[in-house]
Unconditional design. Structure first.
Ligand code: NCD
Ligand code: ZN
Length: 357
């Protein structure tokens, strides 16, 4: 058995409030545990979005009752809530800024709307950017001008990882995360069409979009520039994905670790890389408390096929359907209690703790 520390996923769409047919605080945290993850940070693009004290409490109250693993909740940056979110910083995972369009209403189009957030949000709490391509370059410039650390979500392009590398070399306080789907899939990957419906086209929709093989290669070649692996677990039901207007997003909590462990067995990655990018670095970047007596036991040699029907997420599909992977999560111990073992969840809803409590 391989023993890993409790893994951290700083980018999860929990979908509660407002989208609980896709996922909720109970299923998101169970799904996390099944994937070997003991802390998730929830994104604010819910319905309503999390952007002030009332909406923050709406999410945190549900999480308190329902979470099976530890958690935090991000605030969303809006056009006129810079003072409000700055005042709530110590209760939240961090501030999420949507600088490019994606699923949900939160979006800051005009750069003049970014300024008050960079000026007011405390420097000791993380600011996470959804910023693609040239928008990312602008976010890095803001970070330099206002001397505010930023974390770039879901880096997918060669031009992005190279710019982040150059910014780090200049001493700009930028960190970043990469998602498994941008490491293992390209825009040409055939996604299996499960069941009826329009299938492939909608299943492929994700933001940032799947990129080219050259982009994927650049991410692997610059592994030392990547601070964290994050799932961007963004569950939408199979019916929604196969509809005429498919929302973007992939589930990922249950597939991240087996995919990365398979890369280890193919000598493309090491176990210390996984520990650094899913435990040590995210703990530091997001200021997360230690979880005493917490570990994950993995059977490194068990090979199996990824199948949606065996997953715990509510969404009912995975872009990695049918992939053969090596490495199965057997047991997760969270703060002294076995929380997951052999496919069973063993702690009560509400056992999960708010990382900012
Ligand atoms: C996310 C979602 O569905 O909430 N979708 C996605 O494609 N990643 C939003 C996001 O993170 O951009
Ligand atoms: Zn996301």
């Amino acid at each position: 058995m391989l023993k890993l520390p409790g893994l951290i996923d700083p980018h999860v769409h929990v979908r509660e409030p407002g989208g609980t047919h896709k996922e909720d605080w109970a299923t998101a945290t169970q799904t996390a545990l099944a994937g070997g993850i003991t802390t998730i940070l929830g994104m604010p693009n819910t319905q309503p979005p999390i952007f002030d004290e009332a909406t923050l409490n709406l999410s945190l109250d549900s999480a308190k009752d329902k979470a099976h693993c530890d958690y935090g909740q991000y605030l969303g940056a809006g056009p006129d809530n810079a003072d409000i979110v700055a005042g709530l910083a110590n209760k939240a995972a961090g501030l999420k800024m949507y600088l490019d369009s994606t699923f949900g209403e939160l979006r800051l189009d005009d750069m003049s709307l970014w300024t008050p957030h960079f000026q007011k949000f405390p420097k000791t709490f993380p600011m996470v950017m959804h910023s693609e391509s040239r928008t990312m370059a602008a976010a890095i410039l803001f970070s330099a001008i206002y001397d505010h650390p930023i974390h770039i979500a879901h880096v997918s392009l060669k031009e992005e990882i190279l710019l982040i590398k150059a910014a780090k070399e200049k001493g700009i306080k930028v960190t970043c995360e990469v998602c498994p789907h941008h490491l293992f899939l390209t825009s040409d990957s055939p996604l299996p069409n499960l069941g009826e419906g329009l299938g492939v086209r909608g299943r492929k929709e994700v933001r940032p979009r799947l990129a080219t093989q050259e982009d994927v290669n650049a991410l692997w070649e610059n592994m030392n520039v990547i601070d964290c692996f994050a799932t961007d677990h963004a569950p939408h039901t199979i019916e929604e994905k196969d509809s005429e207007t498919p929302p973007p997003g992939f589930p990922g909590l249950e597939t991240i670790l087996p995919l990365l462990l398979t890369a280890v067995s193919d000598s493309r990655l090491t176990i210390p890389d996984i520990i650094q990018k899913m435990h040590t670095n995210p703990r530091k970047i997001f200021n997360l408390p230690e979880q005493p007596e917490t570990w994950v036991e993995v059977d490194e040699n068990e090979t199996y096929e990824i199948k949606a029907e065996n997953q715990f997420t509510k969404c009912g599909w995975t872009p990695f359907e049918g992939w053969k992977v090596k490495g199965k999560v057997k047991k997760v111990v969270l703060r002294g209690k076995t929380a997951f073992e052999d496919g069973k969840f063993l702690v009560q809803a509400g056992y999960g703790k708010n990382v900012r409590a």
